[in-house]
Design a protein around this ligand. Structure first.
Ligand code: PLO
Length: 406
């Protein structure tokens, strides 16, 4: 690596500045992830090209810095990459086998069954928002009372995770993602989650329910059944991804719309559909800042850059969303009428494209209109520069979103 890699700030003190810097540094540029070098892809076309290039794989054993022992379990981001065998870490025909049941269960048609459930969970939490606001002069942290619990409840219904366990899981994930968590604590949490999900899988095997966890345990005719390790890996991936990212999407959408009252007014007046505002949020302020990681199984030339065999490649989706070549010179502006919004890559691309994209869209397309219908006067209770991101390098997640509900 020739030039000095740009160090990603794990405290996330200025995400817009970071995104701009990365875009200016080039379509594919060197970064430093808490002391570990990697490539960052910031260009839309190259992100599409590399997420469909079979020479890049998710298997951590293809990573030179890992197989040579330079990166160890002491690296704070190791849990994002050494995540166990699942659809998130395997490629090729095995990947299709690991993913099949998930794509079926999360297909838009099948998800219609979940719509009334999501509507009920949303309505319950909106009552909690009203109650918290009544106690507190009309001001609430929308994250704590609404955006944070909702996705866990939805994915909990889907996977068959008891409501009584949600608080514990949320605490674990919060500590798992935060760079402030001491590494020994993070590793202990990873172990505790493995025990928790192993117990869940065994309980469902003994007593199947009408959930995706139980479906994973049922062999399809003629198909090779998933091993227990694979089922556990898939469940870990689905619960983590299904909850964390959607929290960010709800918060980023409410924040963007509140800061752009003219845009919000178009949506509330029915001039622009909610789904357009949701796609523009995904493009402009994507919940996933950096997707870790793919590894080169051979040298790959991209323009004037050579990704060497063994190098790690990060998809910097927030920067990709600001690609001016795709979204125009005003790509840094939030515009609910932007024609190119839905071409964003916030859910990734290629074989690993987010299998939960339709669930996420359904959830947010229920939650946001319901929130603004219930609280038409909703406004941020602080100025935008008072909002802070959690110290999470990979995810774009606010610590809190104080709002006045009027
Ligand atoms: C979280 C810890 C789990 O034990 C393993 C796991 C699997 C899938 C990962 C998830 C972790 C973190 C969040 C990820 C998710 C897949 C999609 C999601 C990366 C590492 C995104 C895009 O944020």
């Amino acid at each position: 690596m020739s030039t000095c890699p740009f160090a990603i700030n794990p405290m996330v003190t200025n995400l817009d500045e970071e995104t701009t810097h990365l875009r200016e540094a080039g379509p594919i540029t060197q970064i430093d992830l808490l002391g570990v070098p990697a490539w960052s892809v910031t260009d839309h076309a190259i992100a599409r090209q590399l997420t469909t290039d079979a020479r890049l794989v998710k298997d951590i054993n293809a990573w030179g810095l890992w197989s040579s022992g330079v990166v160890t379990r002491q690296w704070p981001l190791i849990g994002m990459v050494d995540a166990g065998r699942s659809m998130f870490t395997v490629d090729g025909p095995e990947h299709r086998r690991l993913r099949a049941k998930t794509t079926q269960a999360l297909a838009p048609r099948r998800l219609e069954e979940l719509r009334p459930v999501i509507e009920r969970l949303t309505a319950e939490l909106l009552d909690d928002v009203a109650a918290a606001a009544a106690e507190n002069g009309g001001v609430v942290d929308l994250k704590q009372v609404f955006a944070y619990p909702l996705p866990m409840r939805v994915v909990g219904e889907l996977m068959g995770v008891d409501r009584a366990d949600h608080a514990k899981l949320l605490d674990w994930y919060k500590a798992f993602f935060s760079v402030m968590t001491p590494q020994d604590e993070r590793l202990a949490i990873i172990d505790a989650m493995d025990v928790y999900f192993t117990d869940l899988v065994r309980a469902k095997a003994a007593n199947p329910g009408d959930d995706l966890t139980s479906a994973f345990l049922t062999a399809d005719e003629g198909g090779e059944p998933l091993t227990e390790e694979e089922v556990i890996g898939n469940i870990k991936a689905l619960v983590a991804a299904g909850h964390e990212t959607t929290v960010g999407l709800i918060l980023n959408a409410v924040r963007a719309l509140s800061n752009h009252p003219d845009e919000l007014a178009k949506v509330l007046a029915g001039e622009v559909e909610w789904k357009q505002a949701i796609e523009e949020t995904l493009r402009w302020d994507s919940p996933v800042t950096h997707l870790l990681m793919r590894f080169a199984t051979e040298d790959i030339t991209v323009g004037d850059v050579v990704i060497n065999k063994g190098d790690g490649v990060v998809m910097s989706y927030r920067a990709v969303g600001r690609d001016k070549g795709v979204h125009g010179e005003n790509a840094d502006e939030f515009d609910v009428e932007r024609a190119t919004a839905k071409t964003h890559l916030a859910f990734g691309y290629g074989p690993h494209i987010c299998p939960g994209a339709a669930l996420s869209r359904l959830e947010v397309s229920i939650a946001l209109p319901a929130l603004f219908a219930r609280f038409p006067g909703l406004k941020l209770a602080v100025t935008d520069d008072e909002l802070v991101n959690l110290p999470v390098l990979t995810q774009n997640d606010l610590a809190a979103l104080p709002v006045a509900v009027g």
